[in-house]
Design a protein around this ligand. Structure first.
Ligand code: FBP
Length: 250
């Protein structure tokens, strides 16, 4: 099924501002400024992001401001904390109907391939995807190889596997991790076929390293980045966004 991605891309490219870390990592990732979702909405708006990623709670409580910002909402429909250290499982936390009610332009869903619970996540993803596509809502799948059987989640084989699983399952965009080897990433992009790839930002690094990563992403054929900490933990998120935009959109 061909889903229209025009609401969450520009000239086939995309930058998304990810802010589901409050659930995934806990508020230890935040400071006085970026603990406030309004700060994030402001960056997303002024930085002209093609999407801002929130869990349902923030999307509901800040609905008015998100709508006013005109930044497309990508509603994350599952998630977990990192307190439990067992085999990873991300349960569904919201529905497509809720995404529609919140005005979401797309939905996001995490699958940990390789986990003992992989099958359950596949099944739950399938339901979400079917309902989303019936309403022409794009599905962004966070595909992260993880669990005790995964030795190196960003090896050439694992990156390509993550990308390919996205294509096989029918995701419109796969959000995946990058291990700093451009040729591996190019192979992963190939493995994804017509499913598009965006790369996860990762933990904060210095500006030079971050922008090098963005350059690699664009050389690989991926369509862009879904970044959180490197932007909203930066002292100057809009300056950095400008530099990132220049690389992505030219
Ligand atoms: P960052 O740019 O901050 O790494 O965000 C990307 C992201 O995928 C978030 O959407 C998510 O909360 C987080 O990373 C999950 O990271 P992990 O599962 O590796 O802890």
């Amino acid at each position: 099924m061909k889903i229209n991605l025009s609401k969450i891309t520009k000239n086939g490219k995309a930058i998304y501002l990810a802010y589901d870390q409050g659930l995934e990592h806990g508020p230890e990732e935040f400071n006085d400024k970026n603990a406030n979702p309004l700060y994030i909405i402001d960056i997303a708006k002024k930085g002209k992001y093609n999407g801002v990623i929130f869990q349902k709670g923030i999307a509901e409580k800040y609905k008015k401001e998100i709508k006013k910002s005109k930044v497309p909402l990508i509603l994350k429909l599952n998630g977990k904390t990192r307190i439990y250290k067992g085999e990873p499982y991300s349960p569904p936390l919201g529905t497509i109907q809720e995404a529609v009610n919140l005005g979401a332009a797309a939905v996001g869903y995490t699958i940990y391939i390789g986990s003992e619970h992989e099958g359950k996540m596949f099944k739950e993803f399938e339901k979400i995807e079917k309902e989303a596509h019936a309403k022409n809502i794009p599905v962004v799948a966070w595909i992260y190889p993880r669990g005790k059987y995964v030795k190196d989640d960003v090896s050439r084989a694992m990156m390509a596997y993550a990308a390919r699983v996205g294509l096989e399952l029918g995701a419109d965009i796969v959000k995946m991790k990058y291990g700093d080897n451009l040729s591996d990433l190019k192979w992963a992009v190939k493995a994804a076929g017509r499913t598009k790839i965006v790369i996860s930002g990762g933990a904060k690094v210095n500006e030079k390293d971050f922008l090098k990563q963005v350059k690699d992403i664009m050389k690989s054929g991926a369509i862009g980045i879904a970044v959180g900490r490197n932007i909203w933990q930066s002292n100057n998120p809009l300056e950095l966004t400008k530099k990132m935009r220049k690389i992505i959109f030219g």
